[in-house]
Design a protein around this ligand. Structure first.
Ligand SMILES: *[C@@H]1O[C@H](CO)[C@@H](O)[C@H](O)[C@H]1NC(C)=O
Ligand SMILES: *[C@@H]1O[C@H](CO)[C@@H](O)[C@H](O)[C@H]1NC(C)=O
Ligand SMILES: *[C@@H]1O[C@H](CO)[C@@H](O)[C@H](O)[C@H]1NC(C)=O
Ligand SMILES: *[C@@H]1O[C@H](CO)[C@@H](O)[C@H](O)[C@H]1NC(C)=O
Ligand SMILES: [Cu+2]
Length: 675
């Protein structure tokens, strides 16, 4: 009897663990299955031929106060039960976009709304792949291939979003472009230029076809990037480097909650955004408590407009989150190369068009990084008979994901440092967007080709990458302000100093949204999110500073259609009051969007942002002028920015942090990573 009771208790305890994930955990495989089952039950009864497709399924997050009170109750003896798990779904059904909210505990749909605005939801892989097959059964396409002497069994097609260029009415269309893979797997550098197939995704049929002119498909030779297919000479030769953690990793992962050194945070996943970092707090040694830094941060949109205005290319202005799904596009990371030997991996799940869960194994990796850098140091030679040298090693914790959106690979890093800094890194690699041309030497070029000739018949088209981060900083609490600490030159008026000028800091607290739109680089200034209600013992306002990097400003004119849709890039920095429904800088329905639901539009309300729960939006990026080194695959181009404590701590928070014990590995001279 006792034994049975024991087993029953154990069973309940375990199942309680299972049904109580962290309220911000991404939807699990079984929850995704449940979504499909519940929604199919409601929509399969229809006699209409159009089946429901799932464009977006994600966590319907509990409201911020609910999360906050659940969190604070966790430290008490009687913690609150976690709020009910819910899902938010965007589905296409009978040529309409449905917004469905679903409650897991009651297994029921709690609301359904038909979206009436402009634009369409994210494209699923399923519909992209069906659309990409359509040309193969289209007679004119066969003709185009014959005309070029191409063998159809070596042709691969892909679907591309087409944007919006002022059309009154739109259909949910994509353009399908095709590539030749005979003799190479590097298909993106071998386009069938001039052939464009317009597909209506709702009807799933071809509604337009054009074959403008025959341009040679760039040759396959020299486009290979697989190590296994390459012939010597190889080089330069690199020796193996060991990563050695004899005592195991210094972090712990429970579910999706990560704790390392003085940091704790939650790592979530979303099909549209990819990684989501929430509830990042840092332990303050002096205050003996964790202090809030970031309530939530993620990449809200990635805008990639190409700069070729010709008929074949003008529409290539992609929104990688809202159109293709930065999370859906995440690649499985390879141990030892995508991440170092000491990395730990986490899987992710999303739903395919028909609602079946798809697993991305090794979607994230988490690892401690030590690259031989210095956290702080000093050598003191001024003391008599004594030289002091103190150095501390810079070890950090990295969360990494890679999104492969078609041809491009984005390496996304969130790096936490014991000093309180959070560094956000972006690496661009993969294959360039290529246009085929007739040129084989720049001498032949007499016109603007909108790109760089990077191989025979191969033009790397000019483009930008804008990555807009959503950063809901809650510096020691929700009520925050945004301060521009402007560095201003002062001309000396009196004669007491030989100096004629100096610079000083003039602080300006943004009252409303319009005060907080900043184009970085125009004026020297430190941009700080402060908690105006908290001061250090010395009286400085505590805060976190945005240290920009990889700054870009859009170069298209502001009334150009892609720039209207991408108007959230008009400033590098925006600050908005927190609003749960303002998450996606380019809007929720980005495909064919008209720019009426962007950050730039919300911000026009010019709401008050002083001493309020605010969100900082930061756009970093790159203008990409391709070069020959980017071919046939591009060496990583890195950029990023930093969030850095400023008067947040009473003094250097890593003063008393010891360098980790240095480790000598017996096998470090070996060329392999066996240690
Ligand atoms: C609709 O979905 C059901 C079940 O998933 C499937 O059997 C049926 O073939 C689908 N119909 C169409 C027209 O796709
Ligand atoms: C096309 O390629 C396939 C597969 O390599 C081959 O079997 C076929 O013979 C080729 N057709 C022509 C007409 O060359
Ligand atoms: C939140 O944002 C949405 C979309 O911009 C807007 O319609 C709504 O009025 C906002 N809510 C508040 C309380 O401002
Ligand atoms: C070094 O490598 C050898 C074999 O490659 C292995 O037997 C030995 O345990 C390794 N030593 C350490 C310290 O890892
Ligand atoms: Cu690029």
């Amino acid at each position: 009897m006792k034994l049975i009771l024991f087993f029953l208790l154990t069973f309940f305890w375990i199942s309680a663990e299972c049904i109580h994930p962290h309220p911000l955990d991404p939807l699990t495989r079984s929850e995704l299955n449940l979504v499909r089952t519940i929604i199919h039950k409601s929509y399969q009864t229809s006699t209409k031929p159009n089946n429901i497709t799932f464009q977006y399924i994600g966590l319907h997050e509990p409201d911020k106060p609910v999360i906050q009170s659940w969190l604070s109750s966790n430290t008490k003896t009687k913690p609150l039960p976690p709020p009910p798990r819910r899902a938010f779904i965007i589905a296409r059904f009978q040529k309409q976009s449905l917004e469905i909210k679903l409650d897991f505990p009651s297994r029921s749909i709690i609301s359904t709304k038909i979206y009436k605005g402009h634009g369409y939801p994210m494209l699923t892989f399923g519909e992209q792949s069906i659309a990409s097959q359509l040309p193969f059964t289209h007679e004119p396409f066969h003709h185009s291939l014959n005309k070029r002497g191409l063998n159809m069994s070596h042709v691969i097609c892909a679907a591309f979003t087409v944007g919006w260029f002022g059309e009154e009415k739109t259909k949910r269309t994509v353009k399908v472009k095709c590539y030749y893979k005979k003799g190479s797997v590097n298909l993106y550098v071998r386009p069938l230029e001039g052939v464009a197939v317009v597909v209506d995704l709702d009807e799933m049929k071809i509604i337009g076809y054009s074959d403008k002119h025959v341009i040679p498909v760039p040759k396959g030779e020299g486009t290979e990037y697989r190590a296994s297919k390459m012939k010597p000479p190889f080089g330069p030769k690199l020796k193996g480097i060991a990563v050695n953690q004899h005592d195991g990793p210094g972090f712990t992962i429970q579910g999706h909650s990560v704790s390392w050194a003085n940091w704790v945070f939650h790592l979530g996943f979303d099909i549209q955004a990819g990684p989501i970092i929430s509830l990042a707090s840092i332990y303050d040694l002096e205050k003996q408590q964790y202090r809030q830094v970031l309530y939530k941060g993620f990449i809200s949109e990635v805008f990639v407009p190409y700069q070729d205005p010709t008929e074949e290319w003008y529409y290539t202005t992609y929104f990688d989150c809202g159109e293709y799904g930065f999370g859906q596009s995440m690649s499985s990371l390879l141990p030892f190369t995508d991440c170092p030997a000491n990395a730990v991996f986490i899987d992710a799940y999303y739903s395919s068009s028909d609602g079946t869960p798809v697993k991305i194994s090794n979607a994230f990796c988490i690892f401690e990084k030590y690259a031989g850098d210095i956290m702080w140091r000093h050598t003191e030679i001024a003391l008599p008979n004594e030289v002091i040298t103190e150095v501390r090693s810079d070890v950090s914790l990295v969360v990494r994901a890679v999104s492969t959106v078609g041809n491009y690979d984005y390496v996304i890093d969130w790096e936490f440092k014991p000093s309180g800094s959070i560094k956000l890194g972006v690496g661009l690699t993969g294959i360039l967007g290529i246009k085929a041309g007739t040129y084989t030497n720049t001498d032949q070029i007499k016109e603007d080709i909108y790109g760089t000739l990077i191989a025979d018949n191969t033009i790397g088209v000019y483009h930008d990458h804008f990555l807009t981060y959503y950063l809901d900083l809650d510096i020691d609490g929700e009520a925050n302000s945004f301060v521009k600490a402007n560095l201003e030159t002062v001309r000396v008026k009196d004669q007491k100093t030989p100096r004629k000028s100096y610079w000083t800091v003039v602080k300006e607290t943004a009252k409303t949204e319009s005060d907080a739109r900043v184009n970085i680089g125009l004026k020297p200034s430190e941009l700080v999110v402060v908690n105006p209600n908290k001061k250090t013992k010395l009286g400085n306002t505590i805060g976190y500073r945005l240290v920009p990097g990889s700054v870009v400003h859009p170069l298209m004119v502001s009334d150009d259609y892609p720039q209207i849709r991408g108007a959230f890039t008009n400033y590098n920095v925006w600050v908005t009051p927190f609003n749960k429904s303002e998450k996606w800088a380019g809007g929720l329905y980005v495909d064919h969007s008209r720019g009426d639901d962007t950050l730039a539009v919300w911000s026009l309300r010019d709401r008050e942002i002083e001493n309020k729960d605010i969100v900082l939006w930061y756009t970093m990026g790159f203008h990409h002028v391709p070069s020959q080194e980017d071919f046939p695959v591009m060496p990583t181009l890195s950029g990023g920015f930093e969030l850095r404590p400023t008067n947040f701590f009473e003094s250097n928070p890593v003063l008393k942090t010891k360098s980790p014990k240095s480790m000598h590995c017996a096998n470090c001279t070996s060329q392999h990573y066996y240690c």
